[in-house]
Design a protein around this ligand. Structure first.
Ligand code: SF4
Length: 64
């Protein structure tokens, strides 16, 4: 099964830090006000790891 990043939206504060670090992976959905993970064939490991490391709420993790 494919490994993909997931955001715990209950803890996310929409600081946009993950978008700055990995704009191809994370984005802000203005219509619902939540962050979301872009559907990709493959996720850039280093960028996601960097986003995980820098997330102030520690709410990004790998799934799958
Ligand atoms: S860095 Fe973490 S807290 Fe900030 S928007 Fe991304 S997932 Fe949410």
């Amino acid at each position: 099964m494919k490994k993909y990043p997931s955001i715990d939206l209950g803890r996310c504060n929409e600081c946009m830090g993950c978008v700055e670090v990995a704009p191809s992976v994370f984005r802000y959905n203005a219509s619902n006000g939540f962050m979301e993970v872009v559907e990709l064939e493959e996720y850039p490991l280093e960028d996601v790891e960097e986003a995980i490391k820098n997330c102030p709420e520690d709410c990004i993790s790998w799934e799958g």
